[in-house]
Design a protein around this ligand. Structure first.
Ligand SMILES: [Zn+2]
Ligand SMILES: [Zn+2]
Length: 162
């Protein structure tokens, strides 16, 4: 009667051993799959990193070329813009020449109305809406109509204002 439990015990150990080998091969397979996925993720991360480095290397070179050759000169200093003479539009006494072109703002193309605040450019005596020419002179240094430069006439602006 003592051989039966021994035989049973051997069978169970064999089963456990079989199960264990199946389990271990399965875990090995899972580990391999996870490792493959992990390496694939690292590979794509590395690829993205290389792409970003490549883009970063090429982007500053393009911005550098634009900064060394600016497409347009910087505008007038705000104090110079503020110093330019201003007047209020009056249809009966139009400042400067009284041609049809002087009846509308060359920047916003709106017809002047009595009481509109205008800014007169000292060199060419062209005038525009104050807010229009202020915005223009923030990025340009010349008259929007005749392109006369305002850089050297900034000091004359104070004298011609009155
Ligand atoms: Zn305007
Ligand atoms: Zn002008």
């Amino acid at each position: 009667m003592s051989t039966q439990p021994q035989n049973f015990q051997w069978q169970t150990t064999g089963l456990i051993d079989k199960n264990f080998t199946i389990k271990s091969s399965l875990t090995l397979y899972i580990i391999v799959v996870i490792a493959a996925g992990f390496f694939l993720a690292i590979f794509f991360f590395f690829l993205e990193w290389i792409c970003q480095r490549f883009l970063r290397r090429h982007l500053p070179s393009t911005t550098l070329s634009t900064t060394t050759f600016p497409p347009q000169p910087p505008g007038l200093h705000p104090t110079i813009i503020q110093a330019l003479p201003t007047t209020f539009y009056d249809s009966s006494t139009v400042p400067g020449s009284s041609s049809s072109a002087d009846a509308e703002c060359s920047i916003c193309l709106a017809v002047y109305e009595d009481g509109d605040k205008l800014k007169i450019l000292p060199k060419c005596h062209h005038f525009f809406h104050e807010e229009c020419v202020d915005r223009w002179l923030h990025s340009w240094t010349a008259c929007p109509l005749c392109r006369a430069s305002l850089l050297d006439s900034s000091s004359a602006a104070a004298t011609t204002s009155d």
